[in-house]
Design a protein around this ligand. Structure first.
Ligand SMILES: Cc1ncc(COP(=O)(O)O)c(C=O)c1O
Length: 457
């Protein structure tokens, strides 16, 4: 049997993050204000600290990772690259499937890679408290974990449906000192309005983001800021440590550039983190199929238009150029809470428009079946979000078998599902159904884009 784990020594941890922006042939469209003017850094200052705003707008290809951040990351990084030999054998595929195991971080996903960086930069800037949203609870746990380590308070608005489905996530955040409330909540003006208009709403990431931003900007002391777990350029940047490590590890395993790269995409950060260092190679001529995977219940990249839209439901963010289902979209309550977001990272969206990525949507039944196959061969129980990458890896490995091709597949294993038993239980009890968002729902939810500045191609 081939080696199934590739470790890097601590001295080989990447010392710089990779910023893809300068490498695109055509430049991504900038964030704008509702009157169509470019956003200026000072407009973001009440929401983010200036050191992160600078990263958000950076045109530099490489950005140094401060030593103090690296010292925190050593708790679980470099993460192992594993070969899914047991799954390969089960599928009788000639493909070699590798996966970057981000489930080994203390909170259980890739999210702390940016949580630690964001908390650290906020602390440097003199901030005392961070507010945020969370879908499945992975991001809220990661930010609570990071805030505890750097010495900040943390407040998390957790999407109501996930709060009910995964109550132990709140406990986890509490262990690291984070405060978690269900969203919509009665603690913000916007939350109270949503509760009044739709008391039974399952909530959405867009609503939770609005609540968290509202709390941050209404703190008169100026010592509270907001942290976003995905979507923005600086979040993609911090996650590139995953792909940069993977490159070194594939080389150590004697592999060349992979043929297929896969990551699930909610706001786009774990996908971008693994794939962007390889997208660089694709821009420079490599032949790689790079696939962001999403749910058919929230098909942003596969069914949404590319348009200027708000990142949150209350329209508090700048307008971002992205694939979107409309900021008012409340996705069906599927268990992959982290993939229930109406938009997609502008950089991932731009890479799709540049023809560098091939998005694919998967239904939750296919994903749970894939997660079971994974658990019964590889052993680990993946997060429902991650199962969208696993389903695609299995599809690609089967294709390689049919074509008789020895492909190398690289996947991001973004998190474990040990606190997601509710969804697994429903699947095992036969209570879940296939869900594909009907075209009529998509057009209805896109009505909120009317009146917003249009993108001129
Ligand atoms: C385990 C896991 N994977 C993936 C995601 C999706 O987020 P992103 O697209 O930013 O990686 C989440 C979000 O909560 C998550 O918890």
């Amino acid at each position: 049997m081939a080696d199934i784990k590739v470790y890097l020594s601590e001295k080989d941890i990447p010392r710089k993050w990779y910023n893809i922006v300068p490498d695109f042939a055509n430049k991504p469209k900038p964030p704008i204000t509702p009157d169509g003017k470019p956003m200026t850094p000072d407009m973001l200052a009440p929401v983010f600290p200036m050191n992160l705003i600078e990263q958000e707008a950076s045109q530099k290809r490489w950005i140094d990772i401060p030593e103090e951040i690296i010292e925190i990351l050593y708790r679980w990084r470099p993460s192992p690259l594993r070969r899914a030999c047991y799954l390969e054998k089960y599928l009788k595929t000639p493909a070699r499937i590798y996966y970057k195991d981000e489930s080994l971080s203390p909170p259980g996903s890739h999210k702390p890679n940016t949580a630690v960086a964001q908390a650290w930069y906020n602390k440097q800037f003199g901030i005392k408290k961070l507010t945020t949203e969370t879908g499945a609870g992975q991001w809220g746990s990661a930010l609570s974990f990071a805030c505890n380590l750097v010495g900040l308070e943390c407040k998390v608005y957790m999407v109501r449906i996930s709060y009910d489905q995964k109550p132990l996530r709140k406990t986890m955040m509490g262990i690291w000192g984070g405060e978690c409330v269900p969203s919509p909540s009665d603690q913000t003006v916007f939350g109270r309005k949503v509760l009044k208009d739709t008391p039974d709403t399952p909530g959405s990431l867009g609503i939770a983001i609005s609540e968290a931003i509202e709390e941050a900007v209404s703190d008169k002391s100026g010592k509270t800021r907001y942290a976003l777990g995905s979507v923005l350029n600086h979040v993609m940047l911090h996650q590139t440590i995953i792909g940069l490590e993977a490159k070194k590890q594939l080389k150590a395993a004697g592999e060349k550039t992979p043929d297929v790269i896969i990551g699930c995409a909610g706001g786009g950060s774990n996908f971008a983190g693994l794939s962007f260092p390889f997208v660089y190679e694709k821009i420079n001529g490599a032949n790689i199929t790079i696939i962001p995977t999403e749910p058919t219940a929230c098909p942003t990249l596969t069914k949404g238009p590319f348009a200027y839209d708000y990142g949150d439901t209350a329209c508090m963010t700048p307008l971002l150029a992205m694939f979107t289902l409309g900021h008012g979209f409340v996705p069906p309550p599927i268990h992959a809470g982290g993939l229930r977001y109406h938009g997609m990272a502008p950089l991932v969206s731009h890479a799709v428009r540049e023809g560098l990525l091939e998005p694919r949507a998967f239904d939750q039944i296919k994903c749970y079946k894939a997660a079971l196959t994974w658990a019964r061969t590889e052993g680990a129980i993946c997060a429902p979000e991650t199962s969208h990458a696993v389903a695609c890896a299995i599809e690609e490995a089967e294709k390689a078998r049919e074509e008789g091709k020895e492909k190398v597949i690289l996947m991001n294993y973004s998190g474990h599902g040990l606190l997601d038993m509710g969804g697994y239980k429903k699947f095992l009890d036969g209570e879940l159904i296939e869900y594909r968002l009907p075209a009529s729902e998509v057009s209805k939810s896109l009505e909120c884009l009317k009146g917003l500045p249009k993108i001129n191609n």
